[in-house]
Design a protein around this ligand. Structure first.
Ligand SMILES: Cc1ncc(COP(=O)(O)O)c(C=O)c1O
Length: 367
């Protein structure tokens, strides 16, 4: 059987090996060290923020933000339904009341629905967590205005959007704070990792301290509060630095793959300004044709996947309040994530397009 083509595998090589080896040889094999400091500086510059705090995952970054804002059962947290469960996991674990909001046709949160949902919100403490779905920035300017109008804390879950640029600035620039993920399937990977981005020095300092057990800055172990162990390993920060050096080439390569899919005449999610092309999503005519395509790709040893199953359709969230839902449900029924990894070869793309060409329903808009 032909080699497996993955959806978005890590893209690493000698550069990454050398960076990690240098960190290893320096014996900074700890969750702090010069590579973490440098990684944080580079992430702040990339996101256009004053501060970046590198942590062990995107989920940890969100958890630290929930901790910082004191999210608990007196809060209502609004989030898009079309996302990965990690967007709301930390708020859920703190007992927050969740409310989900439908997507607009781009897949990102429907701002008008969010505005109306906040209008009707009965609790004083509110938070909006928006998501840059598949590396496509949400409408930051509008979300900031809506959050301000309703006195809601605004957090941007930019886990999937490292390197993307919105009309308001780079992914990561929106809200009181934003987060990135450097999970193995992301555009920039540290194997596992994440970051909090913010312009607020107090937030940055608090998050950093709490990510390392909230130790007071004295020689002995002194604690005024209980923290977490969420720091990123220095070795993994070294990996991240090598990846950031590659980022322009990664983005170019991904954009070329996206153009390739568009030129095949596929119906894709409508483009948004300066996405990072993390995953290309094709829209099939219906769920039956999507499932047939999944089967054909599977038989050819090619990984494809339906888009995120909306949170309001997840058994665990059956009782969560939902605003709309038809758009996200429709995208889930029809949407298929195509292989979008950085290292796709011309031969890989030919194998993928052969399947699409052979499936009439796979090329809905094809002439
Ligand atoms: C939208 C979104 N939020 C949060 C996360 C969590 O990131 P991590 O896997 O680094 O914990 C992910 C990805 O995995 C994600 O896609």
């Amino acid at each position: 059987m032909s080699d497996r083509i993955f959806l978005s595998p890590p893209f690493v090589g000698d550069e990454e090996r050398n960076f990690v080896a240098r960190a290893f040889d320096s014996n900074y094999i700890a969750p702090c060290g010069p590579q973490v400091d440098e990684f944080e500086r580079r992430l702040a510059a990339l996101s256009g923020r004053q501060h970046a705090v590198a942590v062990s995952s995107g989920t940890a970054a969100l958890d630290l933000l929930m901790d910082y804002f004191g999210v608990d059962s007196s809060w209502t947290v609004f989030a898009p339904t079309l996302t990965f469960i990690a967007t709301v996991g930390p708020a859920f674990h703190r007992g927050a009341r969740l409310e989900f909001v439908d997507a607009d046709p781009t897949g990102n949160i429907d701002c008008s629905l969010l505005d109306r949902a906040l209008e009707r919100c009965g609790t004083e403490k509110r938070m909006v967590i928006s998501v840059d779905l598949y590396g496509r920035c949400a409408d930051y300017a509008r979300l900031e205005a809506i959050a301000a109008k309703h006195h809601a804390v605004f957090i941007s879950d930019s886990a999937e959007a490292v390197g993307a640029k919105s009309p308001s600035g780079p992914a990561g620039i929106a809200g009181e704070a934003a987060i990135y993920s450097f999970n193995g399937n992301k555009i920039v990977t540290t194997s596992g990792g994440g970051a909090v981005l913010t312009d607020d020095p107090e937030l940055a300092a608090a998050v950093k301290a709490r990510s390392q057990q909230a130790r007071e800055p004295v020689l002995w172990y002194e604690h005024k509060r209980v923290g977490y162990n969420y720091r990123l390993s220095n070795l993994l920060a070294a990996l991240g630095l090598a990846q950031l050096d590659r980022l322009p080439a990664i983005l170019e390569n991904r954009a070329a793959t996206s153009r390739y899919y568009r030129e095949l005449g596929l119906e894709l999610l409508p483009p948004v300004a300066s996405e990072n092309h993390w995953l290309n999503v094709m829209l099939c005519p219906d769920s039956a044709s999507r499932d047939r395509l999944i089967e054909r790709f599977g038989a050819a040893n090619i990984e494809v996947r339906p888009v995120w199953k909306p949170l309001h359709l997840q058994p665990v969230f059956q009782s969560v309040k939902m605003h709309g839902g038809e758009v996200a449900a429709g995208l889930f029924a029809r949407g298929l994530c195509l292989p979008s990894g950085t290292g796709l070869s011309a031969h890989d793309l030919e194998r993928i397009s052969a399947i699409l060409r052979d499936s009439a329903e796979g090329c809905a808009k094809r002439a």
